[in-house]
Design a protein around this ligand. Structure first.
Ligand code: ZN
Ligand code: ZN
Length: 163
């Protein structure tokens, strides 16, 4: 028996949650300048599903139209970039980083490479370290005790905090 696909995700504060009801396809990173701005990052990690397989399970998407063709959905409360939808398309892409298990959706290609930052290829070779609080148990405890981020799974009720 096939089990129904249900892949969940949401914003940092937990005001917006969604579920994908099919395996996302075409996972990629987009280096275009619009995605850089929208994500405040070097690229946008995206994967798509059919519109009818995208289920908004909590809250609402705020929409910024970065062009007449493109609606970018985000959480109005915490600002997490969540979706990209071309108005004429029957598909919607979600930000891979907003999935509860982003490690399961590995990018398969890049696009917008004309916008790719010149040092992008060097990033994975940079010196690495654990989070700054890893060697500071007191600070780690303070952060854990006052964590306002929604956990990486659905919750039956949730009151966004931190604003
Ligand atoms: Zn939020
Ligand atoms: Zn882009």
């Amino acid at each position: 028996m096939m089990t129904d696909v249900r892949i969940t995700g949401g914003c940092q504060c937990g005001a917006v949650r969604y579920a994908l009801l099919e395996e996302p396809s075409g996972p990629h990173i987009c280096h275009c300048r619009m995605c850089q701005k929208a994500f405040g990052s070097f690229f946008a990690p995206l994967a798509g599903v059919s519109l009818e397989k995208f289920d908004l399970t909590r809250g609402e998407l705020a929409i910024f139209k970065s062009s007449d063709q493109t609606e970018r959905g985000f959480c109005r409360n915490c600002g997490t970039p969540l979706t990209i939808h071309d108005v004429d398309s029957k598909r919607i892409a979600v930000s891979i980083g907003s999935l509860d298990e982003p490690q399961k959706v590995e990018p398969a290609f890049q696009c917008g490479i004309e916008g790719r930052l010149p040092w992008f290829g060097k990033l994975s070779g940079l010196p690495g370290d654990l989070t700054t609080e890893a060697d500071n148990p007191d600070l780690a405890q303070q952060i854990a005790a006052s964590n306002h981020q929604h956990p990486d799974h659905d919750t039956t009720s949730w009151l966004p905090r931190g604003t």
